[in-house]
Design a protein around this ligand. Structure first.
Ligand SMILES: Nc1ncnc2c1ncn2[C@@H]1O[C@H](COP(=O)(O)OP(=O)(O)O)[C@@H](O)[C@H]1O
Ligand SMILES: [Mg+2]
Length: 260
Protein backbone atom coordinates (compact mmCIF):
# COMPACT_ATOMS: atom_id res chain seq x y z
CA UNK A 1 0.00 0.00 0.00
CA UNK A 2 1.28 3.44 -0.86
CA UNK A 3 1.64 5.97 1.90
CA UNK A 4 -0.24 9.10 1.12
CA UNK A 5 1.98 12.12 1.52
CA UNK A 6 0.15 15.11 2.90
CA UNK A 7 0.50 18.10 0.65
CA UNK A 8 0.11 21.46 2.28
CA UNK A 9 -2.04 24.08 0.60
CA UNK A 10 0.49 26.79 -0.21
CA UNK A 11 -1.26 30.14 -0.45
CA UNK A 12 0.33 33.46 -1.44
CA UNK A 13 -1.46 36.48 0.00
CA UNK A 14 -0.74 39.04 -2.66
CA UNK A 15 -1.68 42.48 -3.91
CA UNK A 16 0.93 44.96 -5.08
CA UNK A 17 -1.06 47.74 -3.44
CA UNK A 18 0.08 48.50 0.11
CA UNK A 19 -2.30 48.95 3.02
CA UNK A 20 -5.04 46.63 1.75
CA UNK A 21 -4.84 44.14 4.61
CA UNK A 22 -2.40 41.48 3.35
CA UNK A 23 -0.38 41.28 6.56
CA UNK A 24 -3.43 41.59 8.82
CA UNK A 25 -5.05 38.75 6.88
CA UNK A 26 -1.86 36.65 6.83
CA UNK A 27 -1.43 36.84 10.61
CA UNK A 28 -5.03 36.48 11.69
CA UNK A 29 -6.17 33.94 9.13
CA UNK A 30 -3.16 31.77 10.03
CA UNK A 31 -4.05 32.19 13.71
CA UNK A 32 -7.73 31.39 13.07
CA UNK A 33 -6.87 28.16 11.24
CA UNK A 34 -4.45 27.25 14.04
CA UNK A 35 -7.31 27.71 16.52
CA UNK A 36 -9.37 25.38 14.34
CA UNK A 37 -6.69 22.70 14.86
CA UNK A 38 -4.98 23.04 11.49
CA UNK A 39 -1.22 22.88 11.21
CA UNK A 40 -0.12 26.20 9.79
CA UNK A 41 3.10 27.85 8.74
CA UNK A 42 3.24 31.55 7.94
CA UNK A 43 6.10 32.97 5.89
CA UNK A 44 6.95 36.67 5.87
CA UNK A 45 8.75 37.59 2.64
CA UNK A 46 8.16 41.31 2.89
CA UNK A 47 11.47 43.20 3.41
CA UNK A 48 9.37 45.55 5.55
CA UNK A 49 8.95 42.59 7.94
CA UNK A 50 5.53 43.84 9.08
CA UNK A 51 4.21 40.37 9.93
CA UNK A 52 7.41 39.66 11.89
CA UNK A 53 7.19 42.83 13.98
CA UNK A 54 3.41 42.44 14.23
CA UNK A 55 3.92 39.09 15.93
CA UNK A 56 6.21 40.74 18.46
CA UNK A 57 9.48 39.54 16.91
CA UNK A 58 12.35 41.99 16.49
CA UNK A 59 13.37 41.20 12.92
CA UNK A 60 16.65 43.15 13.12
CA UNK A 61 17.84 41.01 16.05
CA UNK A 62 17.29 37.61 14.47
CA UNK A 63 20.16 35.36 13.46
CA UNK A 64 18.25 33.34 10.90
CA UNK A 65 15.42 34.56 8.72
CA UNK A 66 13.95 33.91 5.31
CA UNK A 67 16.88 35.96 3.98
CA UNK A 68 19.33 33.23 5.04
CA UNK A 69 17.04 30.65 3.46
CA UNK A 70 17.13 32.59 0.18
CA UNK A 71 20.91 32.73 0.33
CA UNK A 72 21.16 29.01 1.00
CA UNK A 73 22.69 29.58 4.44
CA UNK A 74 19.82 28.07 6.43
CA UNK A 75 16.94 25.68 5.93
CA UNK A 76 13.38 26.68 6.71
CA UNK A 77 13.42 24.40 9.77
CA UNK A 78 16.50 26.27 11.08
CA UNK A 79 14.77 29.63 10.89
CA UNK A 80 11.27 28.78 12.10
CA UNK A 81 9.91 30.41 15.25
CA UNK A 82 7.01 28.84 17.12
CA UNK A 83 4.16 31.23 17.83
CA UNK A 84 1.85 30.30 20.67
CA UNK A 85 -1.82 31.07 20.22
CA UNK A 86 -3.49 30.15 23.49
CA UNK A 87 -2.94 26.41 23.92
CA UNK A 88 -2.03 25.89 20.25
CA UNK A 89 0.88 26.96 18.09
CA UNK A 90 1.82 27.79 14.53
CA UNK A 91 5.20 27.99 12.84
CA UNK A 92 6.48 31.30 11.56
CA UNK A 93 9.33 31.98 9.16
CA UNK A 94 10.41 35.57 9.87
CA UNK A 95 11.66 38.20 7.46
CA UNK A 96 14.42 40.70 7.96
CA UNK A 97 15.18 44.15 6.64
CA UNK A 98 18.20 42.65 4.83
CA UNK A 99 15.76 40.97 2.47
CA UNK A 100 15.66 44.25 0.56
CA UNK A 101 19.19 43.46 -0.60
CA UNK A 102 18.28 40.00 -1.78
CA UNK A 103 16.73 41.38 -4.92
CA UNK A 104 20.07 42.88 -5.95
CA UNK A 105 22.32 40.12 -4.63
CA UNK A 106 20.26 37.46 -6.38
CA UNK A 107 19.87 39.40 -9.60
CA UNK A 108 22.29 37.20 -11.53
CA UNK A 109 21.56 33.95 -9.73
CA UNK A 110 20.09 31.41 -12.12
CA UNK A 111 16.76 30.08 -10.90
CA UNK A 112 16.33 33.00 -8.53
CA UNK A 113 12.55 32.83 -8.92
CA UNK A 114 12.51 29.21 -7.65
CA UNK A 115 14.36 29.75 -4.35
CA UNK A 116 11.30 29.66 -2.09
CA UNK A 117 9.68 26.86 -4.06
CA UNK A 118 12.83 24.74 -3.70
CA UNK A 119 13.15 25.51 0.00
CA UNK A 120 9.54 24.39 0.52
CA UNK A 121 9.69 21.27 -1.63
CA UNK A 122 10.50 18.86 1.20
CA UNK A 123 8.08 20.41 3.70
CA UNK A 124 4.97 18.30 4.07
CA UNK A 125 3.82 18.51 7.65
CA UNK A 126 1.40 21.42 7.35
CA UNK A 127 -2.21 21.78 6.27
CA UNK A 128 -1.64 25.39 5.21
CA UNK A 129 1.40 27.48 4.33
CA UNK A 130 0.62 31.17 3.91
CA UNK A 131 3.07 33.61 2.33
CA UNK A 132 2.68 37.31 3.19
CA UNK A 133 3.91 39.19 0.11
CA UNK A 134 5.34 42.71 -0.06
CA UNK A 135 3.45 45.54 -1.79
CA UNK A 136 5.18 45.07 -5.14
CA UNK A 137 5.42 42.61 -8.00
CA UNK A 138 9.18 42.16 -7.57
CA UNK A 139 11.34 39.12 -6.98
CA UNK A 140 9.83 38.26 -3.58
CA UNK A 141 6.24 38.19 -4.84
CA UNK A 142 7.47 36.27 -7.88
CA UNK A 143 9.06 33.67 -5.57
CA UNK A 144 5.79 33.43 -3.63
CA UNK A 145 3.70 32.97 -6.77
CA UNK A 146 6.08 30.31 -8.07
CA UNK A 147 6.05 28.43 -4.74
CA UNK A 148 2.28 28.68 -4.18
CA UNK A 149 -0.57 26.71 -5.67
CA UNK A 150 -3.11 29.37 -4.79
CA UNK A 151 -3.28 33.15 -4.60
CA UNK A 152 -5.54 34.91 -2.14
CA UNK A 153 -6.12 38.62 -2.75
CA UNK A 154 -7.29 41.05 -0.09
CA UNK A 155 -9.01 44.12 -1.57
CA UNK A 156 -9.70 47.20 0.46
CA UNK A 157 -13.41 48.03 0.18
CA UNK A 158 -12.86 51.57 -1.02
CA UNK A 159 -12.74 53.71 -4.14
CA UNK A 160 -10.17 52.38 -6.67
CA UNK A 161 -9.98 48.99 -4.92
CA UNK A 162 -9.99 47.27 -8.31
CA UNK A 163 -7.41 49.60 -9.80
CA UNK A 164 -4.17 47.79 -10.53
CA UNK A 165 -5.92 44.46 -10.15
CA UNK A 166 -5.70 43.62 -13.84
CA UNK A 167 -1.93 43.95 -13.62
CA UNK A 168 -1.88 41.46 -10.74
CA UNK A 169 -4.21 39.06 -12.57
CA UNK A 170 -2.05 39.37 -15.71
CA UNK A 171 1.07 38.58 -13.69
CA UNK A 172 -0.62 35.52 -12.19
CA UNK A 173 -1.59 34.36 -15.70
CA UNK A 174 1.96 34.83 -17.02
CA UNK A 175 3.52 33.00 -14.06
CA UNK A 176 1.01 30.17 -14.48
CA UNK A 177 1.87 29.88 -18.15
CA UNK A 178 5.65 30.08 -17.85
CA UNK A 179 6.71 28.99 -14.38
CA UNK A 180 3.96 27.42 -12.29
CA UNK A 181 1.15 25.66 -14.16
CA UNK A 182 -0.51 24.63 -10.87
CA UNK A 183 -1.17 28.22 -9.79
CA UNK A 184 -4.83 29.15 -9.29
CA UNK A 185 -6.75 32.13 -7.94
CA UNK A 186 -8.14 30.93 -4.63
CA UNK A 187 -10.27 33.98 -4.06
CA UNK A 188 -10.56 37.58 -3.01
CA UNK A 189 -11.78 39.07 0.25
CA UNK A 190 -12.93 42.62 0.90
CA UNK A 191 -11.17 44.19 3.89
CA UNK A 192 -11.64 47.26 6.09
CA UNK A 193 -15.33 47.17 5.27
CA UNK A 194 -17.58 49.80 6.78
CA UNK A 195 -21.21 48.89 6.10
CA UNK A 196 -22.37 52.42 6.95
CA UNK A 197 -20.64 53.73 3.88
CA UNK A 198 -22.64 53.36 0.69
CA UNK A 199 -19.41 53.48 -1.30
CA UNK A 200 -18.04 50.48 0.63
CA UNK A 201 -21.19 48.51 -0.12
CA UNK A 202 -20.94 49.42 -3.80
CA UNK A 203 -17.33 48.29 -3.96
CA UNK A 204 -18.21 44.95 -2.36
CA UNK A 205 -21.01 44.51 -4.92
CA UNK A 206 -18.56 45.29 -7.70
CA UNK A 207 -16.08 42.74 -6.33
CA UNK A 208 -18.86 40.12 -6.20
CA UNK A 209 -20.05 40.75 -9.72
CA UNK A 210 -16.48 40.70 -11.05
CA UNK A 211 -15.24 37.60 -9.21
CA UNK A 212 -18.46 35.60 -8.72
CA UNK A 213 -17.93 32.69 -6.36
CA UNK A 214 -14.23 33.53 -5.98
CA UNK A 215 -15.34 36.49 -3.88
CA UNK A 216 -15.58 35.36 -0.26
CA UNK A 217 -18.98 36.25 1.12
CA UNK A 218 -18.15 37.90 4.39
CA UNK A 219 -16.04 41.03 4.21
CA UNK A 220 -13.55 41.78 6.98
CA UNK A 221 -14.93 44.80 8.80
CA UNK A 222 -12.97 47.90 9.74
CA UNK A 223 -12.02 47.23 13.35
CA UNK A 224 -9.75 49.23 15.62
CA UNK A 225 -8.53 46.14 17.48
CA UNK A 226 -7.14 44.73 14.23
CA UNK A 227 -5.14 47.92 13.78
CA UNK A 228 -3.93 47.93 17.39
CA UNK A 229 -3.00 44.26 17.91
CA UNK A 230 0.31 44.30 15.93
CA UNK A 231 1.76 47.01 18.17
CA UNK A 232 1.23 44.60 21.07
CA UNK A 233 2.80 41.74 19.12
CA UNK A 234 -0.41 39.76 19.36
CA UNK A 235 -2.89 38.16 17.00
CA UNK A 236 -6.46 39.38 17.26
CA UNK A 237 -7.46 36.23 19.17
CA UNK A 238 -5.26 37.11 22.12
CA UNK A 239 -5.54 40.87 21.87
CA UNK A 240 -9.32 41.11 21.58
CA UNK A 241 -11.06 37.75 21.19
CA UNK A 242 -14.56 39.24 21.21
CA UNK A 243 -13.84 41.92 18.57
CA UNK A 244 -15.34 42.06 15.08
CA UNK A 245 -11.84 41.35 13.81
CA UNK A 246 -11.64 38.02 15.65
CA UNK A 247 -15.18 37.10 14.58
CA UNK A 248 -14.51 37.96 10.94
CA UNK A 249 -11.20 36.14 10.58
CA UNK A 250 -12.62 33.06 12.29
CA UNK A 251 -15.60 33.15 9.90
CA UNK A 252 -13.24 33.50 6.93
CA UNK A 253 -11.22 30.49 8.15
CA UNK A 254 -14.39 28.42 8.53
CA UNK A 255 -15.53 29.47 5.05
CA UNK A 256 -12.17 28.37 3.62
CA UNK A 257 -12.45 24.98 5.33
CA UNK A 258 -16.02 24.51 4.13
CA UNK A 259 -15.08 25.21 0.54
CA UNK A 260 -12.52 22.41 0.42
N1 LIG B 1 -10.01 45.35 9.06
C1 LIG B 1 -9.20 46.32 9.49
N2 LIG B 1 -9.64 47.26 10.35
C2 LIG B 1 -8.83 48.27 10.77
N3 LIG B 1 -7.56 48.42 10.38
C3 LIG B 1 -7.05 47.52 9.53
C4 LIG B 1 -7.82 46.42 9.04
N4 LIG B 1 -7.04 45.69 8.19
C5 LIG B 1 -5.85 46.31 8.17
N5 LIG B 1 -5.83 47.39 8.97
C6 LIG B 1 -4.72 48.34 9.19
O1 LIG B 1 -4.42 48.94 7.95
C7 LIG B 1 -3.03 49.07 7.76
C8 LIG B 1 -2.61 48.27 6.52
O2 LIG B 1 -2.91 46.90 6.73
P1 LIG B 1 -1.86 45.76 6.36
O3 LIG B 1 -2.47 44.45 6.74
O4 LIG B 1 -0.53 46.07 6.93
O5 LIG B 1 -1.83 45.90 4.77
P2 LIG B 1 -0.76 45.40 3.69
O6 LIG B 1 -0.03 44.23 4.28
O7 LIG B 1 -1.59 45.04 2.50
O8 LIG B 1 0.14 46.56 3.41
C9 LIG B 1 -2.38 48.56 9.02
O9 LIG B 1 -2.13 49.64 9.86
C10 LIG B 1 -3.45 47.65 9.62
O10 LIG B 1 -3.35 47.56 11.02
MG1 LIG C 1 2.01 43.90 4.52
Amino acid sequence: MEMEVKKPRIIAIANQKGGVGKTTTAINLSAALTRLDKQVMLIDIDPGAHATYGLGILAHKLERTVYNVFKGEATIEDAIIEILIEDKSMDFLPSSLELAEAEMILFNTPGREFLLSNALSSITKYDFIFIDCPPSLGLMTLNALVAAREVFIPLQAEFLALQGLSKLLDSIAIIKERLNPALELMGVVATRFDGRRILNREVVEKIRSYFGEKAYNLPIRENISLAESPSHGLTIFEYSPSSYGATDYLALAEDILERT
